[in-house]
Design a protein around this ligand. Structure first.
Ligand code: NDP
Ligand code: GDR
Length: 326
């Protein structure tokens, strides 16, 4: 029988890749988007799947709206990917971030409890919850120490997910995903900012790349592989929480160097450190241990750091070529 999935945050990076993955598995995919003056379907268009997804307006701020959408769509699985997901902005908009990223998940869980507690639920949790890290590498047992309003909101949503599982028996999983990137990553995030600017520099359209903290280290994986882990979690016999990561860490400086090397340039000739991009508090080192996911879900990353950088640089070179009509 055809399964139905409801994905919140369908217009974002992960929403688009997850929709593509579930369509291949012959799901009926309903994509929840928030109403705005211009709905951004760029990523679904990029993957050529806009017409294959049933789009439904949904705002995580509105419980009544969520309840009506669940009643109408009748999903078997809900993937809650919607969030104010940019850490830097969360320092300027802490309350709005809490409303969407924290309480938004609580509303979704509450709606599931009211409409149909048999719906399986995936929560997009984050390695940012480890923040000022208490152990290296981080796994599901590592204590959390959030370092931003975004991370604090995600931690609330994580514990609500655990609580709805334990209190009401809902099949609710929290995927603690480490950074994952792709050509569909938003331009405000450091990896895409780097690869897009490198492509513009290569085409003579930019002269410099302004960055903040070059020493921050992240465990960067490839987004299309990470959405597979979300699905695997909801197919397991029992609901649980899983770290999803590559187990390797690299600094922003290393990512920058690798991206410039892809186009035969020396990063030191172009990068300007600009304190405007520093955060009031930053997360200095993340590296995940995904052993539980490997053992229980059979999930493993496949794309290496160097391959990831190359995929992103090549996609941006192609984009910039088209943008300047070459
Ligand atoms: P994006 O920022 O690309 O996408 C976020 C999505 O949330 C967009 O579709 C956005 O819609 C939507 N959204 C924002 N506010 C609301 C709202 N009030 N109601 C409904 N929808 C809303 O994020 P990613 O795809 O990168 O990440 C997906 C999820 O995973 C997020 O929750 C993120 O915090 C989390 N995460 C991401 C990681 C990563 O490395 N990418 C790692 C760990 C966790 P719109 O297009 O209208 O802005
Ligand atoms: P992050 O991603 O905060 O890890 O959150 P981001 O790419 O924004 O920052 C990574 C690190 O790079 C440093 N940095 C810069 N960051 C940005 N955006 N712009 C810059 O110019 C810059 N210079 C240095 C940052 O200080 C930081 O240390 C992402 C999001 O997808 C979250 O939603 C998700 O939960 C986590 O990944 C896991």
């Amino acid at each position: 029988m055809t399964k139905t999935a409801l994905i919140t945050g369908i217009t974002g990076q992960d929403g688009a890749y997850l929709a593509q993955f579930l369509l291949k598995k012959e799901y009926r995919v309903c994509g929840a988007f928030r109403r705005s003056s211009t709905v951004n379907l760029e990523r679904l268009d990029y993957l050529g799947i806009t017409d294959k997804v049933e789009l439904v307006p949904l705002d995580l701020l509105d419980l009544g709206n969520i309840i009506r959408v669940l009643e109408k769509v009748q999903p078997d699985e809900v993937y809650n990917l919607a969030a104010q997901s940019f850490v830097a902005v969360s320092f300027d908009q802490p309350v709005a971030t809490g409303e969407v990223t924290g309480l938004g998940s609580a509303r979704m869980l509450e709606a599931i409890r009211i409409v149909n507690p048999k719906i399986k639920f995936y929560q997009a949790s984050s390695s940012e919850m480890f923040g000022k890290v208490q152990a290296v590498p981080q796994n599901e047992k590592t204590p959390f120490y959030p370092r931003s309003p975004y991370a604090a909101a995600k931690l609330y949503a994580h514990w609500m997910t655990v609580n709805y599982r334990e209190a009401y028996g809902i099949f609710a999983c929290s995927g603690i995903l480490f950074n994952h990137e792709s050509p569909l990553r938003g331009l405000e995030f450091v990896t895409r900012k780097i690869t897009y600017t490198v492509a513009r520099i290569k085409h003579g359209l930019a002269k410099e790349l302004r960055l903040g903290n070059l020493e921050a280290k992240r465990d960067w994986g490839y987004a299309p592989e990470y959405v597979e882990a979300m699905w695997l979690m909801l197919q397991a016999d029992q609901p649980d929480d899983y770290v999803i990561a590559t187990g390797e860490t690299h600094s922003v400086r290393e990512f920058t160097e690798a991206a410039f090397t892809c186009v035969g340039l020396d990063w030191r000739d172009y990068v300007v450190v600009d304190p405007a991009f520093y955060r009031p508090a930053d997360v200095e080192l993340l590296v995940g241990d995904a052993a539980r996911a490997r053992e229980k879900l059979g999930w493993q990353p496949r794309t290496t750091f160097k391959e990831l950088v190359r995929i992103m640089v090549e996609a941006d070179l192609e984009r910039v070529r088209k943008e300047c009509g070459q």
